[in-house]
Design a protein. Structure first.
Ligand SMILES: Nc1ncnc2c1ncn2[C@@H]1O[C@H](COP(=O)(O)OP(=O)(O)OP(=O)(O)O)[C@@H](O)[C@H]1O
Ligand SMILES: [Mg+2]
Length: 366
């Protein structure tokens, strides 16, 4: 079997178990992003794949080979770390070629690989500069270059962009996605930033406390989160959660300050599930103003009252910090660039985009 397989791997430090049995499989050539809050075990997982950290139990296969007890350099992997110390006394070419030279790779082969990687990373004109004379983004690309020259079967990235400013991070995200297309290699990328996960991944693995909460494409995890954790983690700003009760023969969700009819699809789902008390999930982007509705052909808007605390103008939309009954929520309302600050009053919500979760288990009701 090709790709990378983690079979029931666990990790304990003494009596403390940080990774319960973990099973994951990455296809050859796939770009997988493992995302989760700080301390959930992302780096530990990546370091076990790399062979920098022994597993406590379980097995790891890379490209069809059992590498569970193989040394890092026998695994055909290249890793880019969050803190990528470059050698200050070496120029870009020297930094990029260091590992190859150490491995005794012939000189012309080293030069060829550095040239290809530098072209790919647009570093050709900086090959003879020292790291101190480069911008943060260029340095970051040199760190990537060090990995790329190795041309490994699998690339592992541990939060490689977190030292960069927001604009550069956005640029590097795109560059990494392009790089993945060019290299066509399996890439496993770890981050706590769900935007990075959404923008780059073929598949996202959402982890919490060592447990996989959901695995799916960005569309799947955004549109069909399996539970409250995934729903709250994926999406920006985060989904609003409101306690609600299902009422009536054609169930509506009713809570403090709202009463929303459910579309037939959700009515069916709640009747099958039988739950009475639920948590309703309303994404900020599915609110709309009464004049400019927006939405799609499937949208079914219902009125909902918002008490606006703050309206932030960001051009095409306004972000509202508002209240529904006693509960603070956020809403992103599409309006024209000339719009006045939005006020408290009636708004709309697209009821086809309501999420419902079982109040006791936190699992999606659908
Ligand atoms: N040597 C160690 N001894 C005991 N516990 C450890 C050790 N190394 C890591 N841990 C624990 O293992 C858990 C997972 O750590 P890990 O570094 O994998 O998290 P992470 O998801 O990468 O977090 P971050 O986003 O902050 O980098 C943490 O709770 C951490 O405290
Ligand atoms: Mg980490």
């Amino acid at each position: 079997m090709s790709g990378v397989q983690l079979n029931d791997i666990t990790k304990s430090y003494g009596a403390v178990n940080v990774i319960p049995p973990l099973n994951l499989s990455f296809d050859e050539g796939e770009f997988v992003v493992i995302v989760g809050p700080s301390g959930c075990g992302k780096s530990t997982t990546l370091r076990m794949i790399a062979g920098l950290e022994p597993v406590t139990s379980g097995s790891i296969h890379i490209a069809g080979k059992d590498v569970t007890w193989a040394r890092p350099k026998e695994r055909d992997i290249a890793m880019v770390f969050q803190s990528y110390a470059l050698y200050p006394h070496m120029d870009v070419a020297g930094n990029m070629s260091f590992a190859l030279r150490l491995a005794g790779t012939p000189k012309d082969e080293v030069e060829k690989r550095v040239k290809v990687a530098a072209d790919m990373l647009e570093l050709t004109e900086y090959l003879h500069r020292k790291p101190k004379d480069l911008s943060g983004g260029q340095r970051q690309r040199v760190a990537m270059g060090r990995a790329i020259v190795r041309d490994a079967y699998c690339f592992l990235f541990d939060e490689p962009l977190s030292n960069l400013d927001a604009k550069l991070r956005a640029t590097m995200r795109t560059e990494l996605a392009i790089l993945h297309k060019k290299l066509d290699r399996t890439m496993v990328y770890v981050t706590h930033d769900q935007i990075e996960a959404m923008t780059m991944a073929d598949r996202i693995v959402i982890m919490e406390k060592g447990n996989v909460q959901q695995v799916g494409s960005p569309r799947e995890v955004y549109n069909n989160p399996k539970n409250l954790f995934v729903a709250g983690f994926i999406g920006s700003p985060s989904m609003n959660f409101l306690d609600a009760e299902l009422q009536g023969a054609e169930p509506r969700i009713v809570g403090q300050g709202f009463d929303l009819a459910l579309p037939p699809r959700l009515q069916q789902a709640v009747q099958n599930h039988g739950a009475r008390n639920v948590v309703a999930g309303l994404r900020p982007e599915h609110f709309a103003s009464t004049e400019a509705k927006g939405g799609t052909a499937e949208s079914r808007f219902a009125p909902i009252a918002l008490t606006v605390e703050v309206a932030e103008y960001i051009g095409s939309s306004q972000f509202l910090a508002a209240n529904i009954g006693p509960k603070q929520v956020s809403a992103a309302i599409e309006v024209g660039p000339d719009s006045a600050p939005l006020q408290s009053g009636d708004y709309l919500f697209d009821t086809n985009r309501i999420y419902l979760f079982d109040k006791t288990t936190g699992e999606a009701v659908a």
